[in-house]
Write a protein that binds this ligand. Structure first.
Ligand code: ADP
Ligand code: MG
Length: 717
């Protein structure tokens, strides 16, 4: 049993290894901050060269300390770590925060040192935060191991892979909101404790209402998704993942490998786990502020209240882009608004008060109350000048704004519906806006940010509404494998091949009932002619060789062959061009397949992602994949709903529905095949990647005409 994290994140005693009298050193700043933040636990400086630091007795080593030590902050260089942890181990220390860089992030030599350090930690059951981290903060207990002063206390847990992003968010919270943090952890290299373990801790922590994450890359993506899915049902997770520009590693053998941009896979998987994914760093803290303060919107429907047309129109556009509905208000609601607003006002939604608040801005609260009563409305976005009427027009109006702020604050509690504000006077910090924040109503000076924030409330509410327990990320390895499939894989491994031949891959699919073309392998032109006779229709001839992955490139495919003459000529031509392509190629024969019926070519593939494990891809074949990259991805396994959405999400989807007077194609068969691919990957853990390229979708059913399966390298070790 690994040590639970609360012993570390809620430590009652701290030793500082590398404690110092020098103000510029972390070994000094940390003790100073622990004192300033009134940490109530025990503090033990460790430094063999000093007698005392800041009034505390200084110890020569951790093992020399008399009382128990929960956590050790290690401020000494990387190479000292194994010895420091040996010393901590003798003492029974539960956790260590390792600040030093110079481990896995610098390459092989650092990785070796990191492994050595982790081995010592495991031996003594010490859990490690970092290395290469800015540290950790428990703000409610003043357990400040970052040496950062005045970080605001609150209910957002902050988990980042970058100290600077943490500093950005903490500074922003301090300057622009009333919000603060319960914890901050810089995960560093995740040599021991991983993202998902922190997530589990924050899920159970009563002081944390929302979790804010900045991530560049995950070490254990699948465990992260599993934990995130569990967590997001209880509290919102807001995440920004950077690294869009560095696309996933390209995999040589299969088409899918080269196409899969990891950021797309990650984004959809995060959303499936209920995570609110933010793409713009300016929106990160505002989204966390909003989600930690307000009830989510249950029906994806928002009203806009404005004191001018421009803001309302822009906000309506932004919300529409986010997929939020702006429903027309009920006749009753519209009538009630009409009673208190001037004739020029527009009331269907967006509501434009048209000067109706000029003499008395508390009318905003009256309008808000009427609007939130409408059962069609799930939340309210107020845009414009509110908060600045006292500044813009007459000072006496400020009091009315403050009155409105109090009323709106109470309104959101009573109705369990959120209000978010945009105010162009936000940076002047009028008191009415401070009051709104006091009630948990966030105010932003950017229309885009305010719209995004009401949008994330709708997104989170919709996720909770449609949450489906079947949508899991747990793989059921070894499920429903067929003995025939096992034999095919075993034979290829024995033959020393990492890739199954086309006919083998198709046999594996056929064993699971998939509609593959019924092929035969011919050794001679005579055999090919015989086989074509048996097939009794137009045939395709294809080269079969472990050395030729892309058969067409080697002149190894001939389609629509009818007569004996055509077949003989095709056979010989294929052999000749394959030999020209690669004179040493090991040719296993030529495949004779029936020509599949007309239809639309699609491609389905799976690949193994470093962070998330197996993922699946779908797209329309040919130019749609190659040039337009019109594909969709999901982390496996998938549900029937995932399969349907994968298909519907592509731009080329209308083609399957029968564009330009053509009949609609068999989408049901396609969904079934996607699910089968998911099952096959789970059934055979040996599979690294597969590619069905193309699958021809017909009006009724489909044909898998080409299949490739690549096995994991481990199978050959
Ligand atoms: P490769 O991808 O290795 O070049 P394929 O088996 O995919 O080889 O064949 C190339 C193309 O030939 C396919 O994209 C498809 O358009 C066509 N084709 C191959 N086999 C058949 C078949 N049995 N029925 C109809 N078309 C086929
Ligand atoms: Mg192909």
């Amino acid at each position: 049993m690994p040590m639970p994290l609360d012993k570390i994140l809620n430590a009652e005693s701290v030793a500082i290894v590398g404690a110092s009298k020098n103000e510029t050193k972390r070994g000094y700043q940390t003790i100073r901050t622990l004192l300033d933040e009134k940490y109530e636990g025990r503090i033990y400086p460790v430094n063999p060269k000093e007698k005392s630091i800041l009034g505390f007795k200084c110890y020569r080593s951790v093992s020399e300390i008399e009382g128990p030590v929960d956590v050790v902050l290690v401020a000494t260089p990387a190479r000292s770590l194994p010895a420091v942890l040996e010393d901590c181990g003798r003492k029974g220390v539960k956790g260590a925060v390792v600040l030093a860089g110079g481990f896995g992030e610098i390459g092989l030599s650092g990785k070796k040192l990191e492994n050595e350090m982790v081995a010592v930690a495991r031996k003594y059951n010490i859990r490690l935060i970092g290395p290469n981290t800015s540290g950790m903060l428990n703000l409610h207990d003043g357990l400040n191991l970052v040496g950062l002063k005045d970080a605001p206390k609150g209910d957002i847990a902050l988990l980042t892979q970058s100290g600077n992003m943490a500093l950005t968010l903490i500074t922003e919270a301090k300057l622009k909101s009333r919000k603060g943090f319960s914890y901050y952890v810089g995960v560093g290299n995740e040599a021991d404790i991983k993202f998902h373990e922190y997530l589990e801790f924050f899920r159970q922590d009563p002081k944390t209402k929302a979790i804010l994450i900045y991530v560049e890359g995950l070490r254990s993506g699948r465990e992260f998704l599993q934990q995130a899915q569990k967590t997001s049902l209880e509290k919102p997770i807001i995440l920004l993942k950077s690294g869009r520009s560095s696309t996933g590693k390209k995999s040589a053998g299969s088409h899918t490998g080269a196409l899969a941009g990891i950021s797309e896979v990650a984004k959809i998987a995060f959303k499936r786990a209920g995570i609110i994914v933010i793409e713009n760093s300016d929106e990160l803290l505002p989204a966390a502020e909003t989600l930690s303060s307000l009830a989510p919107i249950k029906n994806n429907r928002v009203a806009i209240l404005a004191d001018g047309g421009g803001h309302a129109t822009i906000a309506a556009d932004l919300l529409t882009d986010l997929g939020v509905e702006i429903p027309e208000l009920s006749t009753k609601t519209q009538a009630s608004l009409r009673k208190i607003l001037p004739e020029a006002a527009s009331v269907p939604n967006p509501v434009d008060v048209a000067g109706g608040t000029d003499a008395d801005p508390s009318v905003f609260a009256d309008c808000a109350d009427i609007i939130l009563k409408d059962p069609n409305v799930g939340g309210l976005l107020i845009v414009g000048l509110f908060g600045g009427y006292g500044i813009r027009f007459a000072a006496s109006l400020s009091l009315m704004e403050e009155d409105a702020a109090h009323r709106m604050g109470k309104m959101i509690k009573k109705r369990h519906k959120p209000i978010v504000l945009h105010s162009l006077y936000n940076s002047e910090k009028p008191h009415a806006l401070e009051l709104l924040r006091y009630y948990g109503i966030p105010v932003f000076d950017s229309l885009d940010v305010a719209s995004k924030c009401i949008g994330v409330l709708a997104e989170y509410g919709s996720y909770l509404n449609r949450y489906h327990a079947k949508n899991v990320f747990a793989l059921n390895w070894g499920a429903k494998a067929k003995s025939q499939g096992r034999q095919i894989i075993a034979a290829a491994v024995k033959d020393g091949r990492q890739a199954l031949l086309e006919n083998e891959a198709k046999q594996l699919f056929a064993a699971h009932g998939a509609p593959v073309t019924k092929d035969m392998l011919a050794a001679t032109a005579d055999e090919a002619v015989e086989m074509a006779k048996k097939i009794g229709q137009e045939v395709v001839l294809k080269i079969v060789s472990p050395d030729i992955l892309h058969k067409s490139d080697a002149g190894g495919v001939k389609v629509r062959l009818r007569t004996e003459k055509e077949i003989r000529r095709g056979f010989n031509e294929i052999k000749k061009s394959a030999q020209q392509f690669d004179p040493t190629a090991d040719i296993r024969g030529i495949l004779v397949s029936p020509m599949a019926a007309e239809g639309v070519e699609v491609i389905i593939g799976t690949k193994y992602d470093d962070q998330f494990g197996p993922v699946i891809m779908y797209g329309l074949g040919g130019i749609m994949v190659e040039i337009l990259k019109d594909v969709s991805f999901r982390v496996l396994p998938i549900t029937p709903t995932n399969a349907r959405k994968m298909i519907e999400q592509t731009k080329s989807y209308p083609i399957l529905n029968g564009a330009r007077g053509k009949p609609p194609l068999d989408k049901k068969a396609l969904r079934k095949l996607l699910l089968l691919c998911s099952e096959i990957v789970e059934a055979y853990p040996e599979i690294l990647e597969m590619d069905l390229n193309p699958v021809i979708v017909h009006q009724n059913g489909l044909s898998i005409v080409d299949a490739r399966i690549i096995l994991k390298k481990e199978e050959f070790e």
